[in-house]
Write a protein that binds this ligand. Structure first.
Ligand code: 2NL
Length: 344
């Protein structure tokens, strides 16, 4: 019997040694030390032993139990430690590893130009106004002295949605909406940046969708000299102190008189080059004194109030500033083009 116990002990210890999981150890405990296990079986047979043998076998059985139990416990602890070590290894982070570089976006060049121009006009007391891109015929044309069948309506081919709804061809409707809100009381002193749409064939200098900034100043006693003074300040701040301006007569249905603003060419300094088409001057915006009809429709008394207005294409300003030769670059979003403006 003692031999049998010794045998069982060795067998159990070997299995414990070989065990690879806590579950296996649990099975070994049940198999060897459980109520139906071989050690218990041996003890059940003690009745047949002599009084002399009995305590020895009892002691031995207890020793075997204790030894197996201790070895299971030790092994269990080892396995748990190994599992924890493996978990720590697998989840460890190398904090010395350099991070992956993130690709930073940047202002779109048109956004930069708009913000620069906004800042200049805000500095002269203007506020920024915005409005819908889908407009009614009334705000886009009628309120700007462009009645139905007026030949000037053909000047801009329009994207119509219904006979009355369209994609605005200029940001002027924002200005007539703002005039209405003032209910005949000045001053109105706003600039209106935004997207506008025209049915053009896209090429290097035309885009069916582009950005415009319009401005409007309505108050008592506003004269053409106010327009010229504002333009002088604007041009010197945007293009540089050394640039000259020139007003050239023009025509717009919503202004009378109307004038085109030219800026002296910075490339040739006025002597004539390709950029200024040998004239020494570059056209930058259209403007004029607000037509009395437009003031009246906006709720202002043209006997009391006068005003000036202007409109410019943002793409043209950006092209002049950064020497860009094709308007389509602004809308194709090639990152090789856009990333050049990261520090602008
Ligand atoms: C251009 C010319 C212009 C205006 C826009 C305007 C607005 C109101 C009243 C009168 Cl509410 N005029 N806008 C005036 C003159 C010219 O734009 O070449 N734009 C790209």
């Amino acid at each position: 019997m003692l031999d049998r116990l010794q045998e069982l002990k060795e067998e159990a210890l070997k299995k414990v040694e070989a065990a690879e999981s806590v579950k296996e150890l649990k099975d070994i405990r049940i198999a060897y030390l459980g109520k139906k296990g071989p050690v218990t079986e041996v003890l059940k047979g003690m009745g047949k032993l002599t009084a002399e043998e009995r305590p020895k076998v009892g002691q031995m059985a207890n020793e075997v139990r204790a030894a197996v139990a201790v070895s299971i416990e030790e092994k269990e602890q080892k396995l748990e430690e190994a599992a924890l070590a493996e978990k720590l290894r697998a989840e460890s982070i190398d904090v010395t590893l350099p991070g992956r570089p993130t690709v930073k976006g940047a202002r779109h060049p048109l956004t930069s130009v708009i913000e620069t121009i906004e800042d200049i006009f805000i500095g002269m007391g203007f506020t920024v106004a915005e409005g819908p891109e889908v407009e009614t015929d009334y705000y886009n044309f009628e309120s700007l002295n462009l009645p139905k069948h007026h030949p000037s309506r053909d000047m801009q081919d329009t994207f119509f949605i219904t006979s009355d709804l369209l994609l605005r061809t200029q940001t002027s409707p924002v200005q007539t909406r703002t005039m209405e809100k003032h209910e005949g009381k000045g001053p109105v002193k706003i600039i209106c940046p935004g997207k506008v749409y025209r049915r053009d064939e896209d090429d290097a200098t035309h885009s069916h969708q582009f950005m415009q900034i319009e401005g409007l100043l309505v108050d008592e006693g506003i004269r053409m000299s106010d327009l010229k003074g504002i333009f002088e300040q604007f041009v010197k701040r945007y293009f540089g102190e050394d640039r000259e301006i020139r007003l050239r007569p023009s025509y717009f249905p919503f202004t009378e008189p109307s004038a085109e603003l030219d800026v002296s060419c910075a490339i040739c300094g006025g002597s004539g080059c390709r950029t200024c088409k040998q004239t020494g001057w570059i056209e930058v915006l259209g403007s004029g004194m607000v037509h009395p009809n437009v003031l009246r429709m906006g709720g202002f008394d043209p006997e009391k109030y006068t005003g000036f207005a202007f409109g410019m294409g943002v793409e043209r300003f950006a092209m002049l500033k950064y020497g860009i030769d094709d308007i389509r670059h602004f809308y194709t979003n090639d990152t090789r083009f856009l990333s050049q403006f990261h520090r602008v």
